[in-house]
Design a protein around this ligand. Structure first.
Ligand code: LLP
Length: 463
């Protein structure tokens, strides 16, 4: 658990209710580098800057709510992952975390590959110039049209997720006179969440083809027989927001066991394994993610050891981090609208966004941090809940956080680590207009995804 269910630190007031908070931080004005992107700092005048630009100015120019993406931070994380894995491995950025044309261009320039899981993501990737051979196409129910587009575009790999798909992709490839490189996604019986993982014999979920019951070996048998397919490896993705490498260890061991079985049965050593994404980031000061170098070293050691034991050549490894690259690179900027102190409970601080721009708190009980960024304050810490403006009591952005007691309407609050699965999961609930994504770098800011307008909403409404 990243936070205890009860306050871990000393209670600073008798009236604090039960909740997922710890003691208030010593200095509410301090910005913990763990949860903020690397160019974020507080200026001498108390205003926070990103990429050399003051949030007050950014709010004026681009409005709130808005996501600000620190381009230098994003690129540095891409490079860190690419360097950590080196030339004999491949890093595929998981586009589902956040994808736009600008991001695709940055990835292309920084030497990363891209994992897409829909026709829309594929279209964005191709439109922005990602070479097709650097794209992996995922999904448990790819449409016929998506398969045809992926094959004709020449994507580097399609990750097959069912027996039907093995046949469908083979047919499409043959019809187009191609041999499509594919991996088979297997379910290794490991489910990992944050600091825990659970190994089970069978997984009750929709992804992949089961290893334990021999289905995955059967899928390999079938794929190897089809002329339209070139089976290059096995894929496994075990979960999200993972800190503990033990789940990857079990996953790698089981995948390598399958490779050994394939070698014994077919005399073929499959050259690649993909261990998926899921590496955790710091949403609060209590999360301690590993550095890409540590992760690469650990994964390489696990795979090498297992392959030596099975007397296999070590396959080429690939990984698919999404959150670990874009998550920490952005924050959401909100303006405070109304404030309601509920005596003996907490103070509800309402901002101008909410579950339409960050559904993760409502959906997963996710934890976030928040800071007053338009000024500093010496006021006492006040237990707060940052909520949105939607017609739903579960519309919570940050469940439990300490803000200075003098927080007031008009103040700017920023929620860090919202680069992944916030804009990409944003909705129009209550006909909210989805916020823009603004890239900031070296004192310059530019919109990379513009704010929706009422016109956009009404354009789709053709009744
Ligand atoms: N590869 C595959 C096959 C995946 O299914 C995923 C995520 C990733 C890579 C990237 O995982 P990451 O490194 O970003 O954790 N909406 C949820 C996360 C869903 C992840 C689904 N698959 C959230 O907001 O936490």
């Amino acid at each position: 658990m990243s936070r205890s269910a009860h306050p871990a630190g000393p209670r600073h007031a008798d009236v604090l209710p039960e909740g997922h908070y710890t003691a208030p931080p010593a200095d509410l004005n301090a910005l913990d580098a763990k949860v903020w992107s690397r160019t974020v700092q507080r200026g001498e005048d108390g205003v926070v800057t990103v990429g050399g630009m003051e949030v007050t100015r950014l709010a004026e120019e681009f409005g709130t709510p808005a996501y600000f993406l620190d381009e230098a931070d994003f690129r540095a994380r891409c490079r860190a992952w690419a360097d950590a894995f080196g030339p004999d491995a491949d890093v595929f950025y998981a586009g589902k975390a956040f994808l736009s044309r600008a991001v695709v261009r940055w990835l292309t320039e920084e030497g990363l590959n891209l994992d897409v899981c829909s026709g829309g993501e594929l279209a964005t990737a191709l439109d922005a110039g990602m070479p097709a051979e650097r794209i992996a196409f995922h999904g448990n129910n790819k449409s016929q049209e998506e398969i045809e587009r992926a094959v004709s575009a020449g994507v580097g790999r399609i990750v097959l997720d069912s027996f039907q798909e093995i046949v469908r992709v083979a047919h499409v490839a043959q019809a187009q006179g191609r041999r499509q490189r594919v991996q088979i996604r297997v379910t290794v019986g490991v489910e990992a969440h944050t600091h825990e993982f659970i190994a089970t014999a069978h997984e009750d979920q929709k992804f992949g083809i089961g290893l334990a019951d021999g289905q995955a070996a059967e899928a390999v048998r079938r794929a190897l027989k089809l002329d339209g397919l070139e089976l290059i490896g096995i894929h496994s993705h075990i979960g999200s927001q993972i800190f503990d490498m033990a789940g990857f260890e079990v996953s790698a061991r089981r995948v390598v066991q399958l490779l050994a079985q394939v070698r014994d049965e077919h005399g073929v050593e499959l050259p690649e394994i993909d261990l998926g994404g899921g590496l955790g980031i710091a949403y609060t000061s209590e999360d301690d993610p590993r550095e890409p170098h540590d992760i690469a070293k650990a994964l390489r050691e696990i795979v090498t050891r297992e392959c030596e034991a099975a007397k296999l050549r070590t396959p080429r490894i690939s990984v698919e981090p999404g959150r670990a690259i874009v998550g920490p690179s952005a924050f959401t900027l909100y303006r405070v609208g109304t404030i309601k102190p509920l005596h003996g409970l907490r103070t509800y601080v309402s901002v101008d966004g909410g579950m339409s721009d960050n559904i993760r708190t409502a959906l997963y009980d996710a934890e976030y941090s928040v800071a007053l960024v338009s000024r500093t304050s010496d006021a006492a810490p006040m237990l707060s809940r940052v909520v949105g403006k939607h017609c739903e009591s579960g519309d919570i952005v940050v469940k439990d956080a300490f803000l200075p007691a003098d927080v007031a309407p008009g103040d700017l609050l920023a929620v860090p680590a919202t680069g992944a699965y916030c804009r990409s999961m944003a909705s129009n609930y209550n006909h909210a207009l989805r916020p823009p994504v603004v890239a900031v770098k070296n004192g310059r800011a530019r919109v990379i995804v513009r704010r929706e307008t009422e016109e956009d909403l009404l354009r789709l409404d053709v009744g």
